[in-house]
Design a protein around this ligand. Structure first.
Ligand SMILES: CC(=O)CC(=O)SCCNC(=O)CCNC(=O)[C@H](O)C(C)(C)COP(=O)(O)OP(=O)(O)OC[C@H]1O[C@@H](n2cnc3c(N)ncnc32)[C@H](O)[C@@H]1OP(=O)(O)O
Length: 285
């Protein structure tokens, strides 16, 4: 269906693990990289736990779970990505860290037309593209959390991305992974975050100024507008550090006050209350 069979995923946090799961469940050979053995073990446990849950809920059979696990391998050495047809980087939203990863991938990935993709939600793709010697093969493939559940991916071409790379990425996302792809320009926030982040920040401001309780804010949007989760619960799911860093990138790009993070968000990030992943955010988990 496409020429992509071997996928590399850099980072096995919340998003990396979800993306690796989606790719392995689609029948691909997936190699996942983390920086340390400890981080890798944590990520593997998260990923295998999610597959176990999918099997318990009857979404996949026990045989499919085992076959999916067998398609996943783990490493702390990006050098093992040499044979990958597509690599999706899903590490922290830090431009320097991502740039260094793209420089390494450019060195190690040997297939001449391999696609180097980033799951970034806010860093300009062109900055990652020009860090490589193949800027026409770098593209944004942005998944949503939880990646196994959310149907959408955003495809973001950098100014340098070739139409061939973009169409192969689209074919991969739609035909192999079964996602719905929308295209967005390489502008901070793309489509979804450009709409979502100001809404989340407004909810945090509303809570901070005492206009309503966290439960009333969330119930308001869940019961009033049929959102699956209210904005404070959703911020906890995304991770408050991610919400803050995406907001910062959007503020840096547009200088619009509506993208400025409220002080409470910054203080919670400083306190390490990052939401579900740390056990506490607007709620306790
Ligand atoms: C910041 C960025 O750059 C971009 C982003 O990611 S923005 C964030 C986008 N995400 C959202 O907006 C999430 C909104 N929330 C939701 O869609 C839902 O509340 C939710 C899917 C997270 C949970 O749904 P729920 O009904 O409350 O819980 P639950 O019944 O446990 O789950 C519903 C389904 O999702 C599945 N699911 C939930 N979490 C999952 C996970 N982490 N992995 C795999 N499957 C999961 C469940 O197995 C269940 O599947 P079935 O109905 O087929 O059994």
């Amino acid at each position: 269906m496409t020429d992509i069979e071997r996928v590399g995923v850099v980072g096995c946090g919340q998003m990396g693990a979800g993306i690796a799961e989606v790719c392995a469940r689609a029948g691909l050979d997936v190699k996942v990289a983390e920086t340390t053995g400890e981080a890798l073990e944590f990520g593997r446990t998260r990923l295998f736990g999610s597959l176990a849950k999918a099997a318990e809920r009857g979404k996949i059979s026990a045989a499919e779970r085992d076959a999916t696990q067998a398609r996943l391998s783990f490493t702390t050495d990006l050098g093992e990505f040499a044979d990958r047809d597509l690599v999706i980087e899903a590490v922290v939203e830090n431009e320097q860290v991502k740039t260094e990863i793209f420089q390494v991938l450019d060195q190690v990935v040997s297939r001449p037309d391999a696609i180097l993709a980033s799951n970034t939600s806010s860093i300009p793709l062109v900055k990652l593209a020009v860090a490589t010697s193949r800027p026409d093969q770098v593209v944004g493939i942005h998944f949503f959390n939880p990646a196994p559940v959310q149907k959408l991916v955003e495809l973001i071409p950098a100014l340098t991305t070739s139409e061939g790379t973009l169409s192969r990425a689209q074919l991969f996302a739609e035909k192999v992974l079964g996602k719905h792809a929308i295209r967005a320009q390489d502008r901070s926030g793309f489509v979804v975050n450009a709409l979502l982040i100001p809404y989340l920040l407004s909810a945090i401001r509303m809570f901070e100024t005492g206009i309503a309780s966290r439960e009333d804010i969330d119930n308001g949007m869940e019961m009033g507008c049929a959102h699956p989760m209210g904005p404070l619960k959703l911020s906890d799911l995304i991770g408050l550090d991610t919400v803050a860093s995406v907001a910062q990138s959007m503020y840096d790009e547009y200088k619009e006050p509506l993208y400025a993070a409220p002080p409470l968000l910054a203080r919670m990030v400083d306190a390490g209350r990052l939401g579900r992943k740390t056990g506490s955010g607007f709620y306790t988990y």
